[in-house]
Write a protein that binds this ligand. Structure first.
Ligand SMILES: Nc1ncnc2c1ncn2[C@@H]1O[C@H](COP(=O)(O)OP(=O)(O)OP(=O)(O)O)[C@@H](O)[C@H]1O
Ligand SMILES: [Mg+2]
Length: 434
């Protein structure tokens, strides 16, 4: 009886055991259903061990497959932050490594491509290249395409920048030569046409300027001549005091007009690089010695002081001294105009600063307001305060001409100025020809 029961129980357990193991094996093997556990009650010894082994195998497999599924699902959804971490061996380890390498490569790939796209698209930074190592096939192709794209955009834009910078700087001889495609061909043509037209405008402007100044100067010759005759006693007849005053005004304004025409022409010719310079070595001390005398009348009339600082008698400079005189005349004239009578002091300095001779004309006058300082060298006809300027006359061309002469003579010009304290104009000339 007992034996019967034992045998029947054993058969039941074996049945349960085999059906449970078969169920788990079928779920995993045929249906791909993970996480099933064989439930066999009351077995012991080898049967228990076998059941536990089946369950452990099933557990391991489940963890590994679920993790791999999680990571690949995340990648598919665009989340590249997950990695397979399960401890695995053998072929599954290979799978794990392959997946993790893939995630790494996708990470570099996407961050590099994003970087390049962002640089080009958002920051306008050109020519960036995606650096993705070790990828092959489609990934390599895609990386190369992105890099080629970035380079293709950069090349013509760089060419455009080079060309427009040259044109903006007055060099109209640049041509757009880069090989471009599609819409860029139109841009290329437009740019080339534009410079051609600018060239023509430049030539026309040059001709017009010469013509106008010549036409304006011609009638001034007889105007000045006859005015001169009227003012000279006895040539045409006596003038009374009021008539003389009127004729004198005609003379003054004729001279002003003549200077304006000459300044316009000079500024224009400097801009066009048409002014001849006959530079030679000269003695700086000797040159500066003559300056105060030429301003004596102007300075005495306003009861101001002009002085030249001590200069080494051996100091030599290299310049067209006629042009250099024009520079000093303009700068000193400005200082005379913008200092107060009696209080005004103008100092002229010269020193050797190594490669150059550095001159300065310093005054204790009105000064130039900070916000106007950027304009005075650049903008023709620019004057700081029109009400003051009306008294001072002038046309706002002096400093533009001065800058042109200094720079074409191989020097630089700059200034320090503070409102109500004074202005110091500083410029350099070469020491020798080189
Ligand atoms: N030493 C100075 N002190 C104060 N302001 C100055 C001085 N030099 C130049 N400026 C300012 O810069 C402006 C431009 O000077 P610039 O010499 O170019 O023209 P201008 O003297 O007005 O006319 P002109 O063409 O007769 O020289 C002046 O009108 C003045 O406002
Ligand atoms: Mg001036």
């Amino acid at each position: 009886m007992e034996l019967k029961n034992t045998i029947n129980t054993m058969v039941d357990q074996l049945n349960e055991f085999s059906s449970e193991v078969t169920r788990v094996a079928r779920e995993v093997g045929r249906e791909g259903k993970l996480g099933g556990q064989a439930k066999v009650e009351g077995v012991e010894g080898k049967w228990r061990e076998l059941t536990d082994t089946v369950n452990e195998l099933e557990n391991n497999l489940t963890t590994q497959v679920r993790e791999i599924a999680n990571v690949t699902t995340a990648v598919a959804k665009g989340d590249l932050s997950q990695k397979v971490t399960a401890e695995v061996k053998g072929e599954v380890l290979e799978l794990k490594n392959t997946i993790n390498t893939m995630v790494d490569q996708l990470n570099t790939f996407s961050s590099e491509v994003t970087r390049v796209a962002r640089e080009v698209g958002r920051e306008g930074k050109l020519g960036g290249q995606a650096k993705v190592e070790g990828v092959e096939g489609k990934w390599r192709e895609l990386t190369d395409t992105v890099n080629e794209f970035s380079e293709n955009i950069a090349t013509p834009i760089r060419e455009i920048i080079k060309m427009t910078t040259a044109v903006a700087g007055g060099d109209l001889n640049q041509k757009f030569t880069a090989d471009v495609k599609g819409e860029l061909i139109k841009l290329k043509q437009s740019l080339n046409t534009m410079t051609e037209q600018l060239k023509r405008v430049d030539i026309a402007r040059d001709e017009f300027a010469s013509m106008v100044t010549h036409e304006l100067k011609t009638p001034l010759v007889p105007i000045k001549g006859y005015t001169q005759m009227l003012m000279e006693e006895g040539t045409i007849g006596e003038l009374n005091q009021e008539q003389y005053f009127a004729v004198n005004e005609i003379m003054n304004n004729s001279r002003r007009l003549e200077k304006l025409i000459e300044d316009v022409m000079m500024a224009h010719r400097l801009e066009m690089n048409q002014v001849a310079f006959h530079a030679k070595s000269f003695n700086v001390k000797e040159f500066l010695g003559k300056i105060p005398l030429s301003f004596k009348k102007m300075v005495d009339d306003k009861k101001i002081k002009i002085s030249t600082s001590k200069v080494d008698s051996k100091l030599t400079g290299f310049a067209d001294t006629d042009r250099l005189s024009e520079v000093f005349t303009n700068l000193i004239q400005n200082s005379v105009d913008f200092v107060e009578p009696i209080k005004g002091v103008i100092e002229i300095h010269a020193k050797d600063n190594g490669e150059h001779i550095q001159f300065s004309v310093k005054d204790n006058g009105l000064g130039i307001p900070l916000d106007k300082q950027a304009q005075i060298f650049k903008t023709k006809f620019y004057q700081v305060d029109t009400s003051m300027e009306r008294k001072h006359g002038g046309s706002g061309l002096g400093l533009v001409i001065v800058k042109g002469i200094v720079e074409q003579g191989g020097g630089k010009i700059w200034f320090n100025s503070k409102q109500n304290e004074g202005t110091e104009m500083i410029f350099t000339i070469p020491k020798s020809w080189n």
